[in-house]
Design a protein around this ligand. Sequence first.
Ligand code: GUN
Ligand code: ZN
Length: 441
Amino acid sequence: MTDLLIRGRVLTFVEKPEGIYDTASYRYFEDGAVLVRGGKVADIGEHTDVSRRAGPAVKVADHRPNLVLPGLIDTHLHFPQTQAIASYGAQLLEWLNTYIFVEEQKFREPGHAQFIAGRFMDELLSNGTTTAVAYCSVHPESVDAYFGAAEARGMLMIGGKVMMDRNAPDALRDTPELGYDETKYLIGKWHGRGRAHYAISPRFAITSTPEQMEMSRALVAEHPECYVQTHLSENKDEIAFATSLYPEAKDYTDIYARYDLLTHKTLLGHCIYLSDREISVLAETGAVGTFCPTSNLFLGSGLFDRDRFDKLGARWSVATDVGAGTSFSMLETMDEAYKVLHLQGQRLSPLNSFYMMTLGNARALELDDRIGSLHVGADADIVVLDSRAKPSMELRMRVAKTLAEELFILQTMGDDRSVAETYVAGKPMRNRASAQAVAAE
Ligand code: GUN
Ligand code: ZN
């Protein structure tokens, strides 16, 4: 295979930025290049140097004056909710019962699951997202559809069958034994196949009996190589219901702690109303709280308190949470994250936003050796961003003076139109994705 030289303004983080002037937190090459060989980053630097070292026998993708960054990472969303975005007027529990538990029943049908899985992956790629962590439905067929669609595109994706054995319609309930057996089977089938990673997925304390939590404990103990994903402390009615179902637990977090579900591979959606004690438990166990700003605003859930996570030393990540989240775009997600934190007197610098969408989320997934930054040997998952994609952005960019300012414009005004190209393991996917989506109509 011919090597590919991707030319543009290359930006990749090496550390968490400490403020807006922390130029040591990233590497930036104004006329830069990334050399891709066999799906991996083989070289990165100034274009003149990379091009000289590569020699003449390379294909060139010239993306100047656009920015070239590592592919974006989304740490929490629901693939069966792709057609349930923008479901009107309800908070979490009513929204689940009215819309979501109806929608997810459609995924019993493998044809439907496959159709939506393909469109879901293409939508991620159109938005520059190359890796995501998603819940599938309770049906094993939905997991096959999900990982099948990811494999067909070469994407590094994480996911798993949701387990739920109470407080949901009959058609969406498994049992402790069935949830265990199906999860075990799917881990054997998918985890480590190509770029697939499995996430053991008890939906949340409300939809799992103590028996199912015991089975989840067993799965986590037997498969420490897998992720764990669930929801925690998103909505006040949810917290009251969950803690009433587990009266022996000290608080909501303790429900999961009692079943040994909190590890450094655990991702906990939302984490809005946690006490200091609960955040400290996350810090001790290494479990990650996932900030889902568009979802938390859309469902009227509340505001994620990032500063308390930082103060207590707990890990956090960022995510869209489609379909309560209202956009697949990580740029739009960070725009809302900025506002949610601003409302609480907290600052999110543009450097920090772009760090979080890339290396920060990769670190939360402990995959930073592979994705989230463009270092030699990393997987060549790359996004090309156009800061002038809309007339209003082009006008605003005329007066932008710094890289940080440009990033803030991209985050505040950008969306999928700002994604000029997305590479998965060195293969251009974005334009292919939109062409295929239209062709499939
Ligand atoms: N809590 C349990 N299930 C869900 C879900 O599908 N979406 C959100 N936002 N919260 C949940
Ligand atoms: Zn969720």
